[in-house]
Design a binder for this molecule. Structure first.
Ligand code: P6P
Length: 336
């Protein structure tokens, strides 16, 4: 009988073999995984749990919060604040950072998360997810400030997401490839179901919100027009299109079978580089994609090299199959 490898065993073996995961980081990742299990339980209850609909409040992004946005944020805060592995947290749902209360021991890690990405899909029963990123608190100065969170994506020590779909699946990297764990509801534990995921370098599937076409910059328009031209066009092959409006679900598909995901700059908000957030969406998803052999740029530069200037910084995102991302980047360079 093939022995099931739990998340705990996987992390212990990673710690033992690769030295990638100090004990404090392993503990942190297990607490985050348990938080995702609780969020999955609340999401799966839906109307039966009275958790659908809006909370009549706005988050820092000016977006109306769903009840589950707030529940998920609270689950992550309450589960992680007492363990002694964190110094502070930052969330898409909160304006400022959350310092671990003095009554608890302080740790050396910083946890950033989008507690429930794709909220517009909650009430229509389409996959949503939690995205998380772990940084080390900079050495030296006592206490924690927002500045400590402003680290480039290459500084991450762990990144992952949990998708709440037909299965609840946790996807994780600590810098040694990408592993996938499926929640075994009978055991109540995440079981390793795939490791060393690899994104095919080529694809016939692109993901973008086509309703924004008239707002795109020329290089994006050129790339999508060529995909739409199909085998009679310059690409010489037909393309398929997907857009789930849930980054976690689109990225999960790309990790599983390849593809390119684009949320580019557009002229609706010319002073903003894009819609997605750098610290708790693009960086964790970008590291996972790179660890699986894919690529992520903002059209010009590698996203993980970007030095953040503020906590809720936004960024243009082009990620997925390496050869397609490089093509889009080339089109930006040719456009000057
Ligand atoms: P649009 C969800 O709100 C999100 O941040 C991502 O998960 C998703 O890819 C994108 O926004 C969808 O945006 O403009 O198509 O609704």
């Amino acid at each position: 009988m093939s022995s099931k490898i739990s998340l705990t065993r996987y992390l212990v073996e990673q710690q033992r073999q690769e030295g990638h995961i100090p004990s404090q980081l392993r503990l942190l990742l297990e607490v985050v995984a348990r938080s995702c299990k609780s969020i999955s339980h609340a999401v799966n209850k839906g109307a039966l749990g009275g958790v659908l609909g809006t909370a009549e409040t706005e988050n820092i992004q000016g977006e109306i919060q769903k009840k589950l946005d707030i529940i998920s944020n609270e689950v992550l805060i309450e589960a992680n604040e007492w363990g002694g592995h964190l110094a502070a947290m930052a969330s898409e749902e909160m304006e400022g950072i959350y310092l671990v209360p003095n009554r608890y021991p302080q740790g050396e890690y910083l946890l950033l998360f989008d507690p429930l990405d794709g909220s517009s899909n909650i009430d229509v029963n389409v996959s949503i997810g939690t995205i998380f990123s772990v940084l080390k608190k900079p050495e030296g100065q006592p206490g924690v400030t927002e500045e400590d969170f402003l680290q480039a994506g290459v500084k991450q020590v762990a990144a992952g997401y949990c998708i709440y779909g037909p299965q609840t699946t946790l996807v994780l990297t600590v810098g040694d490839g990408v592993a996938m764990f499926t929640l075994d509801r009978e055991q109540g534990s995440f079981v390793l179901t795939q490791e060393n995921l690899q994104i095919p370098p080529d694809t016939k599937e692109f993901a973008i919100n086509m309703s924004n076409m008239r707002h795109w910059a020329p290089p994006i328009k050129r790339y999508v027009d060529e995909c739409l031209a199909g085998k009679e066009g310059p690409r010489g092959k037909d393309f398929n299109m997907r857009w789930i409006a849930s980054m976690v679900a689109d990225v999960h598909r790309i990790l599983t079978r390849g593809g390119i995901f684009m949320y580019p700059w557009d002229k609706r908000e010319p002073d903003k580089p894009g819609k997605l957030r750098l610290l708790y969406e693009a960086n964790p998803m970008g590291w996972i994609v790179e660890q699986a052999g894919g690529a992520i740029t903002n059209g010009k530069d590698r996203v993980l090299d970007i030095q953040p200037s503020k906590l809720h910084e936004r960024v243009s995102v082009i990620l997925g199959s390496k050869n397609e991302v490089e093509r889009v980047t080339r089109y930006h360079a040719e456009a000057g």
